[in-house]
Design a protein around this ligand. Structure first.
Ligand code: AMP
Ligand code: ZN
Ligand code: FE
Ligand code: FE
Length: 282
């Protein structure tokens, strides 16, 4: 089994990087990527644990971007170490997160909900809405994380604040220049249909998009099939991952791809073939 999209508590997952890798090894996952939002902070710990447990580890991250049709997530795989341009870009995204969180807290306070910075994790360089949702549940303001998103934090929620994000083109260019493999993450999660996905990929492929995440835990069999066809059409690789977040998203299991089935090993083969063809290390 493989899983090329997971989160730790370096961003909005609930497991430490070490715990995450231990659980993956126990689940029989042979290749794992850690792809925290806007940060590489969990990668060294995860990589060290993976080495000790004999798990093949891929360093990664996930970026939120804004296209004309809406929010698009880009997963980056094989992120290099010690590259100032990439670190600076990610630090800028984290600063934008904190600006957005300040607005979110203000809106929640205006609704009479008592929540402040002291309630949010300080060790995480990348604070997101799931952290805020968790506090709202702990304080008894919401019944579940899902409820917090539906009523307050999500797009139709009363305290919604959009991301301050770069365009997908900008994110792809910066990642590609750093030798990172770029993946259009969970294209179906946010509701896009195939024609609009194809139109967007038509703009992203020329700036360096490498792959589409066809096998994702939010996709059904038909989603995966259509996304595979789009990938083939644009000569892109195909990736797959669960988007595991621990207790933040309890329904998601490590290694789960589309339609509740494991991510096929072919995802890794497809991505490594593309990297080799570009002369990039795997
Ligand atoms: P943020 O990065 O702060 O915009 O938060 C995004 C995170 O919240 C991602 O992990 C999303 O998958 C998660 N998320 C978005 N909508 C929901 C929802 N309705 N229920 C649970 N998690 C959600
Ligand atoms: Zn997340
Ligand atoms: Fe995402
Ligand atoms: Fe994710």
């Amino acid at each position: 089994m493989i899983d090329l999209h997971t989160h730790s508590d370096a961003s909005d997952g609930s497991d430490s990087p070490e715990e995450l890798v231990r659980k993956a090894a126990q689940a029989g996952i042979s290749t794992l990527a850690l792809t925290d939002h806007d940060t590489l902070a969990g990668l060294d710990e995860a990589e060290e644990t993976a080495r000790a447990l004999g798990v093949n580890f891929i360093r990664g991250c996930e970026l939120s971007t804004k296209a004309p049709i809406g929010e698009i997530h880009i997963v980056g795989l094989w992120t290099p170490r010690n590259l100032p341009e990439l670190e600076e870009f990610l630090a800028e995204q984290r600063t934008n997160r904190q600006r957005r969180n300040a607005e979110l807290l203000k809106k929640l306070n205006n609704l009479g909900l008592k929540i402040g910075w002291e309630d949010l994790p300080v060790n995480s360089g990348s604070v997101g809405r799931p952290h805020i949702a968790r506090v709202l549940v702990e304080k008894g303001y919401c019944e579940s994380i899902q409820d917090a998103f539906t009523n307050l934090l999500g797009k139709k929620g009363r305290a919604y604040v959009p991301h301050i994000s770069p365009s997908p083109q900008a994110a792809i260019k910066i990642l590609s220049a750093a030798g990172v493999t770029t993946v259009f993450a969970h294209p179906r999660l946010l509701g896009w249909q195939s024609p609009e996905i194809s139109r967007l990929i038509n703009e992203l492929a020329p700036v360096g998009l490498d792959a589409i995440e066809a096998w994702h835990s939010s996709h059904n069999e038909n989603d995966a099939k259509e996304l595979l066809a789009i990938a083939q059409n644009f000569n892109l690789a195909v990736s797959g991952g669960s988007d595991y977040h621990g207790v933040m998203k309890p329904a998601i299991t490590l290694g789960m791809g589309a339609a509740g089935k494991p991510v096929p090993d072919g995802a890794l083969t497809s991505l490594t073939a593309r990297r080799k063809a570009k002369g990039q290390p795997v």
